[in-house]
Design a protein around this ligand. Structure first.
Ligand code: NAD
Length: 500
């Protein structure tokens, strides 16, 4: 059976741990691979390698660093299908979705190749007589990325291209559920010319994470995953004096106003709720039609579309939606639908009835798309993140009621409004307390040169990912004030220097 190992100091290594975990192909339900779960010693080896590499890497000219990233980017384009197939085989998402994921990651690499420009400092001449002042951005040292299962390539690529471009070394701890993409990334970075030790991967679980978060040599932690773990990492990491950006879970609402193009809204909801089987932190899981007639008309359009969803293995080009990631996750999603039904939600389309009969895939972790109507704010299927292909409809009477609904939720990652009215759209953009906002755009994921991050319980820490926020997170500023002898001799001054 294929075993996924660590990548430390430029080599694939098994490390010292004897612990292993199965890695499943969600479409077949078979455990085709195992992943090694690191011991604390294995983590220490990775951090040591990164720490040792930092001295040279941080002093490597930014242009040279960016050229290595540029080569890495070209390798990714050349082998896009290969890495996407690996992702699909462990995550379950359709191949075109996996290609889309890697492409969005490549965009961050493209952004990071502008390092010489992005890292430029500031200079002020003559801040006092004969005195100049300049600010530079310097790297932090060893940075860590701890990432979730749902984007095994893109989420790490939100982090390490910017961290490396800025002169840091990196240790990635990917999800143990789909670990293989991380090793391809490590090998391709090496092939692109990245010196050994600059980028390392440790596979593992809580033991690896806890050691990384506690390690003295680790200066910054980027985390993406569920909210309880994000909060835990943020609390532990900051208590140790580290920089932490920890992005958590989501419950994203899409408001449909009476003047919206309803067919456009329904189609947008289909992709946003059921794409990637709803396993996206920017998936829309709550539709909020404003007024009863809009709700009825929306349900009428959504029902047949959901019933006709083409659900199948990733490699089948007709599949629009793949399986869930594991049998446990399938059970969790099913439990939420059960709870919604017993709490009084109306099950309009029931994904629990779905049976995959394609030969060889009967035991895959498949579920159908589900539509719940008349969902209320106190139901667990509304309050909690399901992370599956379940769309809840919460009916509201007015724009203000819909806005209040969003504001009363603990998560605030993404949201959208569908309307033709500029006034309402502008008010929404201005007033909604959510980090990423769409107007007639259902999944408003910012491009690489902007920054990705939610508000409230969807983020802990002050910096979003990539874009200029990423540069700020992965650098610390140093401001130097300098004067050169000009023939002037000054007497000692004991008061605070001012320009006078
Ligand atoms: P998760 O929180 O279970 O795992 C994320 C990472 O934390 C993994 O590397 C895992 O090994 C580690 N981890 C898990 N339990 C831990 C523990 N007890 N102690 C220490 N480390 C632990 O998340 P997941 O199920 O892999 O991913 C889905 C979640 O990620 C969803 O909540 C989703 O909304 C969120 N997510 C958020 C964003 C965002 O940008 N806000 C993006 C993608 C995913």
């Amino acid at each position: 059976m294929l075993e996924i190992a660590h990548f430390i100091n430029g080599q694939i290594v098994n490390g010292k741990s004897s612990r292993r975990q199965d890695v499943f192909n969600p479409a077949t339900g078979n455990a085709d691979k195992t992943v090694i779960l690191a011991s604390e010693d294995d983590v220490d080896s990775a951090v040591k390698a990164a720490s040792a590499a930092w001295s040279d890497w941080s002093k490597t000219p930014a242009l040279r660093r960016s050229r290595i990233l540029d080569k890495f980017k070209n390798i990714l384009w050349e082998r896009l299908n290969h890495i996407a197939e690996v992702i699909s085989s462990e995550h379950g998402k359709t191949l075109d979705d996996a290609i889309g994921e890697v492409t969005r990651g490549i965009e961050v690499v493209e952004f990071a190749t502008a390092a010489p420009t992005l890292l430029k400092g500031e200079f002020s001449e003559n801040v006092g007589s004969g005195v100049d002042s300049h600010m530079i951005r310097q790297s932090l040292g060893v940075c860590v990325g701890i990432t979730p299962f749902n984007f095994p390539a893109m989420v790490p690529m939100w982090m390490f291209p910017v961290a490396l471009a800025a002169g840091n070394c990196f240790v990635l701890k990917p999800s143990e559920r789909d670990p293989s993409a991380s090793i391809l990334i490590a090998e391709w970075l090496k092939e692109a010319g990245l010196p050994d030790g600059v980028f390392n991967v440790v596979q593992g679980d809580k033991i690896a994470v806890d050691r990384l978060v506690a390690h003295e040599e680790v200066k910054a932690i980027s985390f993406v995953g569920s909210t309880p773990i994000a909060k835990y990492i943020y609390t532990k990491g900051t208590a140790k004096g580290k920089r932490v950006q920890a992005l958590g879970g989501a419950k994203n609402h899409l408001i449909i106003m009476p003047d919206a193009d309803l067919e456009m809204a329904a189609n947008a909801l289909m992709g946003a709720a059921f794409g990637s089987a709803g396993e996206r932190c920017m998936a829309v899981s709550v539709a909020v039609p404003v007024t009863e007639p809009v709700a009825d008309a929306l349900i009428e359009r959504l029902k047949p579309k959901i019933e006709e969803l083409k659900i199948g293995p990733a490699m089948d080009p007709v599949s629009e939606m793949g399986p869930l990631v594991t049998a446990q996750h399938l059970q969790k999603v099913t439990d939420y639908i059960d709870a919604g039904e017993s709490d009084g939600a109306e099950v309009i389309v029931d994904g629990r009835n779905f049976k995959q009969d394609k030969q060889g895939y009967e035991n895959g972790f498949f579920i159908g798309g589900t539509l719940l109507d008349n969902v209320k704010e106190n139901m667990s299927c509304y309050r909690e993140e399901i992370f599956g292909p379940v769309l809840s409809v919460v009916r509201k009477k007015s724009y203000q009621e819909a806005l209040d609904l969003i504001h009363n939720h603990e998560y605030a990652n993404g949201t959208a409004i569908f309307t033709r009215d500029g006034d309402t759209a502008r008010n929404f953009m201005q007033d909604v307390e959510v980090g990423m906002v769409g107007v007639n755009v259902p999944i408003p994921v910012p491009m690489a040169f902007h920054s990705f991050g939610g508000w409230k319980s969807s983020i802990f820490g002050d910096h979003a990912m990539h874009g200029m926020e990423g540069i700020r997170f992965y650098t610390r500023i140093k401001t130097t004030t300098s004067r050169w002898p000009t023939g002037l001799r000054q007497n000692p001054e004991f008061k605070m220097p001012t320009l006078g």
